[in-house]
Design a protein around this ligand. Structure first.
Ligand SMILES: Cc1cc2nc3c(=O)[nH]c(=O)nc-3n(C[C@H](O)[C@H](O)[C@H](O)COP(=O)(O)O)c2cc1C
Length: 169
């Protein structure tokens, strides 16, 4: 059974970025045949007070559960040309190679396309540093694209899903 996890680092709870991340997870689940119900969704806005408490048991449980997933979607809005400090604070909790064995999918939203490469040049390297396998292009979705989210995700998934499948074998 393939387990998919979603982590969104947005100070706003239940954000559009979270919806994008869940849409990506849905497309991956459909593409690789993973059960839709077996999904861990971590909205970091709900855990903000504990993010910098290294002994917080809830955060330790979440980092462990995400690392145990076969595929993990890491999503963030673009803040000042990069991913958020909130997502970094979560990722900083992992030790060396803490995401080894996990296929990671970097996803970012942004106001405009000018910072589209942030998902590749800022978010991907952190996931690689943690030992994750990052087989597909990161997905960057701009605000004007959000009304057509399903089509944007489907286009991305058409090339990403075969790469994710290969990485899982
Ligand atoms: C503090 C802050 C900084 C931002 N910086 C950028 C930026 O540098 N580039 C960009 O394209 N969008 C930037 N934005 C816009 C957000 O990335 C964009 O609105 C995002 O898609 C919002 O997602 P959300 O609705 O899930 O919060 C910024 C927004 C905020 C609040």
């Amino acid at each position: 059974m393939t387990r998919i996890a979603v982590v969104t680092g947005n100070p706003k709870p239940a954000s559009r970025t979270l919806a994008v991340a869940v849409a990506v997870a849905d497309a991956l689940a459909a593409g690789i045949g993973a059960p839709a119900g077996d999904r861990l969704v971590v909205d970091l806005a709900e855990h903000a007070p504990s993010l910098f408490d290294w002994s917080a048991p809830e955060l330790s449980r979440l980092t462990a559960e995400v690392a145990a997933a076969d595929v993990a979607v890491f999503a963030s809005p673009t803040y000042k040309a990069a991913y958020t400090g909130m997502l970094k604070a979560f990722l900083d909790r992992y030790g060396s190679n803490g995401l080894a064995g996990t296929v990671a999918i970097p996803v970012m939203t942004g106001g405009r396309a000018g910072h589209a490469l942030a998902v590749e040049v800022h978010l991907r390297p952190v996931l690689v540093e943690l030992g994750a396998t990052v087989p597909a292009r990161g997905l960057f979705v701009t605000e004007p694209e959000l009304p057509a989210l399903d089509a944007v995700v489907a286009t991305w998934a058409s090339t990403a899903v075969p790469l994710v499948k290969r990485a899982l074998t």
